[in-house]
Design a protein around this ligand. Structure first.
Ligand code: ADP
Length: 295
Protein backbone atom coordinates (compact mmCIF):
# COMPACT_ATOMS: atom_id res chain seq x y z
CA UNK A 1 0.00 0.00 0.00
CA UNK A 2 0.92 3.67 -0.38
CA UNK A 3 0.63 6.05 2.58
CA UNK A 4 0.46 9.65 1.41
CA UNK A 5 0.74 12.47 3.91
CA UNK A 6 -0.45 15.34 1.78
CA UNK A 7 -2.46 18.47 1.18
CA UNK A 8 -6.13 18.52 0.32
CA UNK A 9 -7.40 21.71 -1.28
CA UNK A 10 -10.64 23.04 -2.63
CA UNK A 11 -9.76 24.83 -5.87
CA UNK A 12 -12.22 27.62 -6.69
CA UNK A 13 -11.65 28.68 -10.28
CA UNK A 14 -13.18 31.90 -11.64
CA UNK A 15 -13.09 32.87 -15.28
CA UNK A 16 -12.81 36.67 -15.66
CA UNK A 17 -12.75 39.24 -18.48
CA UNK A 18 -9.77 40.94 -16.77
CA UNK A 19 -8.16 41.08 -13.33
CA UNK A 20 -10.14 43.41 -11.07
CA UNK A 21 -8.42 46.64 -10.04
CA UNK A 22 -8.34 47.74 -6.38
CA UNK A 23 -11.87 48.69 -5.38
CA UNK A 24 -13.47 47.10 -8.46
CA UNK A 25 -16.30 44.57 -8.23
CA UNK A 26 -16.31 42.18 -11.15
CA UNK A 27 -18.77 39.41 -12.04
CA UNK A 28 -17.06 36.18 -13.10
CA UNK A 29 -18.09 34.58 -16.42
CA UNK A 30 -17.76 31.04 -15.14
CA UNK A 31 -16.99 29.19 -11.93
CA UNK A 32 -15.81 25.64 -11.15
CA UNK A 33 -14.82 23.89 -7.94
CA UNK A 34 -12.32 21.06 -7.98
CA UNK A 35 -10.38 18.82 -5.64
CA UNK A 36 -6.78 20.08 -5.64
CA UNK A 37 -3.53 20.12 -3.70
CA UNK A 38 -0.42 18.20 -4.73
CA UNK A 39 -1.09 15.64 -2.01
CA UNK A 40 -4.63 14.88 -3.14
CA UNK A 41 -3.52 14.78 -6.77
CA UNK A 42 -0.88 12.14 -5.98
CA UNK A 43 -3.39 10.06 -4.03
CA UNK A 44 -5.84 10.17 -6.94
CA UNK A 45 -3.08 9.24 -9.40
CA UNK A 46 -1.94 6.32 -7.25
CA UNK A 47 -5.50 5.03 -6.85
CA UNK A 48 -6.25 5.41 -10.59
CA UNK A 49 -3.02 3.52 -11.27
CA UNK A 50 -4.48 0.64 -9.27
CA UNK A 51 -2.69 0.99 -5.92
CA UNK A 52 -4.23 0.98 -2.46
CA UNK A 53 -3.64 4.55 -1.29
CA UNK A 54 -4.23 5.76 2.26
CA UNK A 55 -4.35 9.54 2.45
CA UNK A 56 -3.14 11.11 5.70
CA UNK A 57 -4.30 14.71 5.95
CA UNK A 58 -6.82 17.13 7.34
CA UNK A 59 -9.84 19.11 6.19
CA UNK A 60 -12.06 21.62 7.93
CA UNK A 61 -15.71 21.34 8.85
CA UNK A 62 -16.41 22.32 5.21
CA UNK A 63 -14.29 19.45 3.87
CA UNK A 64 -16.82 16.64 3.33
CA UNK A 65 -17.00 17.40 -0.39
CA UNK A 66 -13.24 17.02 -0.87
CA UNK A 67 -13.10 13.82 1.19
CA UNK A 68 -16.02 12.54 -0.87
CA UNK A 69 -14.15 13.21 -4.11
CA UNK A 70 -11.14 11.29 -2.80
CA UNK A 71 -13.32 8.38 -1.69
CA UNK A 72 -15.00 8.34 -5.12
CA UNK A 73 -11.64 7.71 -6.81
CA UNK A 74 -10.93 4.82 -4.43
CA UNK A 75 -8.54 6.61 -2.06
CA UNK A 76 -8.79 5.43 1.58
CA UNK A 77 -9.80 8.44 3.67
CA UNK A 78 -9.91 6.97 7.21
CA UNK A 79 -6.87 9.01 8.26
CA UNK A 80 -8.12 12.40 7.14
CA UNK A 81 -8.83 14.45 10.27
CA UNK A 82 -11.68 16.98 10.52
CA UNK A 83 -10.51 20.08 12.32
CA UNK A 84 -12.28 23.33 13.24
CA UNK A 85 -10.54 25.53 10.67
CA UNK A 86 -11.12 26.11 6.96
CA UNK A 87 -10.22 23.37 4.50
CA UNK A 88 -7.15 24.40 2.52
CA UNK A 89 -8.28 26.27 -0.54
CA UNK A 90 -7.06 28.15 -3.56
CA UNK A 91 -8.98 31.02 -5.15
CA UNK A 92 -7.84 30.95 -8.75
CA UNK A 93 -8.67 33.74 -11.21
CA UNK A 94 -8.12 33.03 -14.88
CA UNK A 95 -8.52 35.67 -17.56
CA UNK A 96 -10.58 34.32 -20.46
CA UNK A 97 -10.37 35.30 -24.10
CA UNK A 98 -7.36 36.24 -26.19
CA UNK A 99 -6.65 39.90 -25.28
CA UNK A 100 -4.54 41.54 -22.60
CA UNK A 101 -3.88 39.20 -19.69
CA UNK A 102 -5.73 36.29 -21.37
CA UNK A 103 -4.55 32.94 -20.09
CA UNK A 104 -2.81 34.48 -17.07
CA UNK A 105 -3.88 33.45 -13.57
CA UNK A 106 -3.73 34.83 -10.05
CA UNK A 107 -3.90 32.46 -7.10
CA UNK A 108 -4.66 33.10 -3.44
CA UNK A 109 -3.76 30.05 -1.37
CA UNK A 110 -4.98 29.43 2.17
CA UNK A 111 -3.32 26.33 3.68
CA UNK A 112 -5.91 26.06 6.48
CA UNK A 113 -6.38 22.50 7.74
CA UNK A 114 -3.30 21.29 5.81
CA UNK A 115 -1.09 22.83 8.50
CA UNK A 116 -2.87 21.19 11.46
CA UNK A 117 -1.67 17.56 11.22
CA UNK A 118 -0.55 16.05 14.52
CA UNK A 119 2.12 13.54 15.38
CA UNK A 120 -0.47 11.35 17.10
CA UNK A 121 -2.55 11.26 13.92
CA UNK A 122 0.44 10.26 11.80
CA UNK A 123 1.53 7.61 14.31
CA UNK A 124 -1.97 6.15 14.41
CA UNK A 125 -2.18 6.02 10.61
CA UNK A 126 1.23 4.40 10.23
CA UNK A 127 0.22 1.76 12.78
CA UNK A 128 -1.68 0.22 9.88
CA UNK A 129 1.34 0.25 7.56
CA UNK A 130 3.75 -2.63 7.12
CA UNK A 131 7.46 -2.76 6.26
CA UNK A 132 7.96 -2.46 2.52
CA UNK A 133 4.91 -0.23 2.04
CA UNK A 134 5.57 3.14 0.44
CA UNK A 135 5.31 6.44 2.28
CA UNK A 136 5.18 9.68 0.31
CA UNK A 137 4.86 13.33 1.19
CA UNK A 138 5.31 16.77 -0.39
CA UNK A 139 5.81 20.28 0.92
CA UNK A 140 2.23 21.51 1.43
CA UNK A 141 1.52 20.28 4.97
CA UNK A 142 3.19 20.28 8.37
CA UNK A 143 4.60 17.10 10.03
CA UNK A 144 6.68 16.02 7.01
CA UNK A 145 9.93 15.49 8.86
CA UNK A 146 8.39 13.62 11.79
CA UNK A 147 6.32 11.51 9.42
CA UNK A 148 9.31 10.60 7.22
CA UNK A 149 11.25 9.60 10.31
CA UNK A 150 8.41 7.46 11.67
CA UNK A 151 7.86 5.80 8.29
CA UNK A 152 11.57 5.06 7.91
CA UNK A 153 11.69 3.56 11.41
CA UNK A 154 8.81 1.27 10.47
CA UNK A 155 10.71 0.05 7.42
CA UNK A 156 8.56 1.79 4.83
CA UNK A 157 10.16 2.99 1.62
CA UNK A 158 10.11 6.77 2.02
CA UNK A 159 9.58 9.14 -0.92
CA UNK A 160 9.62 12.92 -0.95
CA UNK A 161 8.37 15.05 -3.83
CA UNK A 162 10.21 18.35 -3.37
CA UNK A 163 7.33 20.63 -4.33
CA UNK A 164 6.77 23.47 -3.72
CA UNK A 165 10.56 23.64 -3.45
CA UNK A 166 12.12 24.67 -0.16
CA UNK A 167 15.82 23.93 0.39
CA UNK A 168 15.50 23.67 4.18
CA UNK A 169 12.51 21.32 3.91
CA UNK A 170 14.46 18.97 1.61
CA UNK A 171 17.52 19.05 3.86
CA UNK A 172 15.38 18.12 6.89
CA UNK A 173 13.82 15.01 5.30
CA UNK A 174 16.90 13.87 3.36
CA UNK A 175 18.24 11.48 6.06
CA UNK A 176 15.04 9.41 5.89
CA UNK A 177 14.55 9.15 2.13
CA UNK A 178 14.76 6.20 -0.23
CA UNK A 179 13.33 8.13 -3.19
CA UNK A 180 13.49 11.79 -4.10
CA UNK A 181 11.34 13.08 -6.96
CA UNK A 182 11.92 16.51 -8.49
CA UNK A 183 11.14 18.34 -11.67
CA UNK A 184 13.88 20.03 -13.67
CA UNK A 185 13.46 23.42 -11.97
CA UNK A 186 13.47 21.88 -8.49
CA UNK A 187 16.55 19.82 -9.35
CA UNK A 188 18.38 23.01 -10.35
CA UNK A 189 17.24 24.73 -7.15
CA UNK A 190 18.48 21.78 -5.09
CA UNK A 191 21.87 21.74 -6.84
CA UNK A 192 22.15 25.48 -6.24
CA UNK A 193 21.20 25.16 -2.55
CA UNK A 194 23.44 22.17 -1.74
CA UNK A 195 26.26 22.70 -4.22
CA UNK A 196 25.98 18.96 -4.90
CA UNK A 197 24.71 16.68 -7.60
CA UNK A 198 21.68 14.57 -6.59
CA UNK A 199 23.65 11.32 -6.47
CA UNK A 200 25.78 12.77 -3.66
CA UNK A 201 22.80 13.36 -1.35
CA UNK A 202 22.70 9.89 0.20
CA UNK A 203 19.28 9.01 -1.22
CA UNK A 204 19.04 5.63 -2.97
CA UNK A 205 17.00 6.68 -6.00
CA UNK A 206 16.47 10.12 -7.50
CA UNK A 207 13.92 10.74 -10.23
CA UNK A 208 13.96 13.99 -12.19
CA UNK A 209 10.97 14.68 -14.42
CA UNK A 210 11.90 16.67 -17.49
CA UNK A 211 8.55 17.75 -18.96
CA UNK A 212 8.55 17.30 -22.75
CA UNK A 213 11.98 15.65 -22.47
CA UNK A 214 10.70 12.73 -20.36
CA UNK A 215 12.27 11.67 -17.09
CA UNK A 216 15.56 10.46 -15.64
CA UNK A 217 16.23 7.92 -12.90
CA UNK A 218 19.53 8.04 -11.05
CA UNK A 219 20.45 4.90 -9.11
CA UNK A 220 22.65 6.62 -6.55
CA UNK A 221 24.14 3.35 -5.29
CA UNK A 222 25.74 2.58 -8.64
CA UNK A 223 25.67 6.07 -10.19
CA UNK A 224 23.85 4.65 -13.22
CA UNK A 225 21.20 6.73 -14.94
CA UNK A 226 18.21 5.56 -16.94
CA UNK A 227 16.29 7.95 -19.18
CA UNK A 228 12.81 7.62 -20.60
CA UNK A 229 11.95 9.80 -23.58
CA UNK A 230 8.63 11.64 -23.45
CA UNK A 231 5.87 10.54 -25.79
CA UNK A 232 5.01 13.00 -28.53
CA UNK A 233 1.72 14.73 -27.68
CA UNK A 234 0.13 18.16 -28.10
CA UNK A 235 0.03 19.54 -24.54
CA UNK A 236 -3.00 21.70 -23.64
CA UNK A 237 -2.59 21.94 -19.84
CA UNK A 238 0.47 20.71 -17.99
CA UNK A 239 -0.86 21.22 -14.44
CA UNK A 240 -0.78 18.02 -12.44
CA UNK A 241 1.61 16.21 -14.81
CA UNK A 242 4.27 15.82 -12.14
CA UNK A 243 1.77 14.68 -9.50
CA UNK A 244 0.36 12.14 -11.95
CA UNK A 245 3.84 10.87 -12.79
CA UNK A 246 4.70 10.50 -9.08
CA UNK A 247 1.46 8.68 -8.21
CA UNK A 248 1.99 6.26 -11.11
CA UNK A 249 5.66 5.58 -10.36
CA UNK A 250 4.89 4.78 -6.73
CA UNK A 251 1.92 2.60 -7.66
CA UNK A 252 4.16 0.59 -9.99
CA UNK A 253 6.86 0.18 -7.35
CA UNK A 254 4.24 -0.78 -4.75
CA UNK A 255 3.03 -3.50 -7.10
CA UNK A 256 6.54 -4.94 -7.36
CA UNK A 257 7.59 -3.45 -10.68
CA UNK A 258 11.18 -2.46 -11.38
CA UNK A 259 11.95 1.26 -11.49
CA UNK A 260 12.25 1.07 -15.29
CA UNK A 261 8.80 -0.53 -15.64
CA UNK A 262 7.19 1.89 -13.20
CA UNK A 263 8.71 4.88 -15.00
CA UNK A 264 7.56 3.64 -18.39
CA UNK A 265 3.91 3.62 -17.27
CA UNK A 266 4.30 6.91 -15.37
CA UNK A 267 5.75 8.52 -18.50
CA UNK A 268 2.70 7.35 -20.47
CA UNK A 269 0.37 8.66 -17.75
CA UNK A 270 2.12 12.06 -17.73
CA UNK A 271 1.80 12.30 -21.52
CA UNK A 272 -1.95 11.54 -21.38
CA UNK A 273 -2.38 14.04 -18.54
CA UNK A 274 -0.94 17.00 -20.46
CA UNK A 275 -3.45 16.46 -23.27
CA UNK A 276 -6.33 17.14 -20.85
CA UNK A 277 -7.68 20.35 -19.31
CA UNK A 278 -8.06 20.12 -15.52
CA UNK A 279 -6.26 18.53 -12.61
CA UNK A 280 -7.33 15.77 -10.20
CA UNK A 281 -10.65 15.30 -12.02
CA UNK A 282 -8.90 14.27 -15.25
CA UNK A 283 -5.96 12.19 -13.98
CA UNK A 284 -6.17 9.13 -16.26
CA UNK A 285 -6.91 5.60 -15.09
CA UNK A 286 -4.48 2.76 -15.82
CA UNK A 287 -6.91 1.42 -18.43
CA UNK A 288 -6.89 4.81 -20.20
CA UNK A 289 -3.11 5.02 -19.96
CA UNK A 290 -2.67 1.54 -21.43
CA UNK A 291 -5.18 2.22 -24.19
CA UNK A 292 -3.67 5.57 -25.20
CA UNK A 293 -2.16 5.62 -28.68
CA UNK A 294 1.27 7.07 -27.87
CA UNK A 295 4.48 7.10 -29.86
P1 ADP B 1 5.86 19.08 -13.19
O1 ADP B 1 4.40 19.11 -13.47
O2 ADP B 1 6.18 18.70 -11.78
O3 ADP B 1 6.61 20.30 -13.65
P2 ADP B 1 6.94 17.73 -15.56
O4 ADP B 1 6.55 18.92 -16.35
O5 ADP B 1 8.37 17.35 -15.54
O6 ADP B 1 6.44 17.83 -14.04
O7 ADP B 1 6.06 16.51 -16.12
C1 ADP B 1 5.98 15.27 -15.49
C2 ADP B 1 5.96 14.16 -16.53
O8 ADP B 1 4.82 14.31 -17.39
C3 ADP B 1 7.17 14.16 -17.46
O9 ADP B 1 8.26 13.46 -16.87
C4 ADP B 1 6.59 13.42 -18.67
O10 ADP B 1 6.51 12.03 -18.42
C5 ADP B 1 5.16 13.97 -18.72
N1 ADP B 1 5.09 15.18 -19.55
C6 ADP B 1 5.12 16.47 -19.14
N2 ADP B 1 5.06 17.33 -20.17
C7 ADP B 1 5.00 16.56 -21.28
C8 ADP B 1 4.94 16.85 -22.70
N3 ADP B 1 4.92 18.10 -23.17
N4 ADP B 1 4.88 15.78 -23.53
C9 ADP B 1 4.91 14.52 -23.09
N5 ADP B 1 4.97 14.18 -21.79
C10 ADP B 1 5.02 15.18 -20.89
Amino acid sequence: AIWNLGSINLDLVYSLSHFPAAGETLAAQAFHRYLGGKGANMSVAGARAGATVHHIGAVGTDGAEMVGKLTDTGVKTDHIAKVPVATGHAVISVVAGTDGDAGENQIILFPGANQTLTKAQVAQALDGAKAGDIFVTQNETNMQVEACRMAAEKGLRVCYAAAPFDADAVAAVLPYLDFLILNEVEAAQLAEATGQQPEALGVRDVIITLGSKGARHIDCTTGQTHDVKAFRVEPVDTTGAGDTFTGYVLAGLDQGQSMAEAMETANRAGAVMVTRHGTSDVIPTLAEVNAADLT
